[in-house]
Design a protein. Structure first.
Length: 266
């Protein structure tokens, strides 16, 4: 299985790709408009952020919520073999185009690796191993190979295994709530028992989840922006990512899976 550390952002090994390749739209998340391909004005010559320690006060909360799943360093150091877009400007367009493709591949690897680590999925471990090996091989390709990836096809190939993982993990006693894709924006769910709930793709923006029990809930693709997770229990929450946690609000009483880091702004 992949080392989870390779699926977490290492900005020191990246050429600040997210600060250049991605577009910013002036909003609550970004203080400015920035076209894709233009460097953020806060980017320094050594690829560090000039306001990293005060991104949220300066109006760049979106930056603190973003996580590339290690795609940035993979594209920088593997796909393009350590050539940076400043010293090799001919790489700019292809390097920036490769970032979202690699991010999708690494996100799939994150989910597959989590699924493979679970005892509940023992019956599909061989299938998960094969899927991991396939996505790893694709992500190790050269720029032409990476840019040729059909991301929708890759997602479709992996999704049945993730759905089966969800079914196996959430099986057991008790009624399991199916709120897949539900509009729960601003919902009052403080103290709610959401154990083993299906929250795949649910809109939980600004939802009140204080003290909620989300153990073994499937939250893949759930939008947790500004959700209040103070005191919530997300131990064992299925497919929870760092970017989801970063985008939410929590505190010292919020229980997270050990694979995730408590955000500095909580």
């Amino acid at each position: 299985m992949p080392d989870r550390r390779t699926l977490a952002a290492d900005c020191t090994s990246c050429f600040a790709l997210c600060c250049v390749a991605l577009a910013f739209t002036r909003s609550a998340d970004f203080a400015i408009d920035k076209p894709a391909g233009d460097p953020c004005p806060n980017l320094l010559a050594d690829f560090r952020c000039g306001i990293h320690d005060r991104l949220r006060p300066e109006g760049f909360a979106g930056c603190t919520g973003y996580d590339c799943f290690g795609a940035g360093q993979q594209v920088s150091q593997v796909t393009f073999a350590g050539r940076d877009w400043r010293e090799a400007p001919e790489t700019r367009g292809r390097m920036f185009a490769a970032l979202p493709v690699m991010r999708l591949l690494h996100e799939l690897l994150w989910y597959l690796t989590e699924a493979r680590s679970l005892d509940a999925t023992r019956e599909i471990h061989d299938e998960l191993d094969a899927a991991i090996a396939e996505v790893e091989q694709i992500s190790a390709g050269d720029p032409d190979a990476v840019l040729a990836v059909d991301v929708d096809e890759q997602r479709a190939r992996v999704n049945p295994l993730l759905v089966r993982t969800s079914e196996l993990v959430r099986a057991g006693a008790g009624r399991k709530k199916d709120r897949r894709g539900a509009d729960l924006m601003g919902a009052k769910l403080a103290g709610a028992d959401l154990r083993r709930a299906n929250l795949r793709g649910a809109y939980l923006i600004a939802a009140d989840l204080r003290g909620a029990d989300l153990r073994q809930a499937d939250v893949i693709g759930a939008d947790l922006r500004d959700a209040d997770l103070r005191g919530a229990d997300l131990t064992g929450s299925l497919f929870l990512t760092q970017s989801q946690v970063n985008a939410a609000r929590g505190d010292s009483a919020t229980k997270l899976p050990p694979r995730l880091t408590r955000p500095d702004h909580w």
